[in-house]
Design a protein. Structure first.
Length: 188
């Protein structure tokens, strides 16, 4: 019996323990809520995490390609990217899988399965790097959105305060309004 067969047999227990460890990264009141509420509408975060962990483990055991694994990781990483996590904490839940598998399979570990487990753990490391790339892409999108939002608000405020005007030959520029009105563009 190989490692993948053992993981398949104990899949639900592995996912359940992995979910518990992942939920512990949240503040206590949130983690208690995520554990108790099973309804996907009442608890979309807990539901997304639970489903994602299941899919990630399936992707690992099926040995899917990196681009497919990125699609599998996206919901959980995207979720954690918009929450109050440091980058290392946001993707740390991937590494929890190593300990969960070792703990659950400790009675079944032979030298051959131990070798397979080391290879499987290197796959988990690869997945964590993919997760980090996704996380950084999400954070970049968030910061770009915030920067554009501030820029748009600033332009609207300047227009409203009559400090921004359109100069036909130059285009929209931020210049003091009185310079434009007083003809301050000459090189005198």
């Amino acid at each position: 019996m190989g490692l993948i067969t053992l993981i398949e047999e104990k899949r639900s227990k592995i996912v359940k323990e992995w979910f518990k460890l992942t939920i512990k990264t949240y503040p206590k009141e949130k983690s208690d809520f995520f554990k108790k509420k099973k309804d996907s509408m009442a608890n979309p975060v807990g539901n997304t995490l639970s489903k994602s962990l299941e899919d990630i483990l399936k992707g690992l055991t099926d040995d899917v390609e990196n681009n497919e694994m990125a699609k599998i990781l996206d919901p959980s990483v995207r979720l954690r990217a918009v929450q109050e996590f440091a980058p290392s904490s946001a993707v740390s839940y991937i590494f929890f899988l190593k300990n969960v598998i070792r703990d659950i399979l400790k009675k079944d570990l032979t030298k051959e399965i131990e070798k397979e487990l080391l290879i499987f753990e290197s796959k988990i490391d690869r997945v964590s790097l993919i997760a980090f790339d996704i996380y950084m892409g999400c954070r970049e999108q968030i910061f770009t959105y915030k920067a554009n939002h501030v820029k748009e608000r600033t332009l609207k405020l300047l227009e409203k305060a009559d400090l921004l005007c359109e100069v036909p030959e130059v285009g929209a520029e931020i210049i003091p309004h009185n310079v434009y009105l007083n003809g301050g563009f000459d090189d005198k």
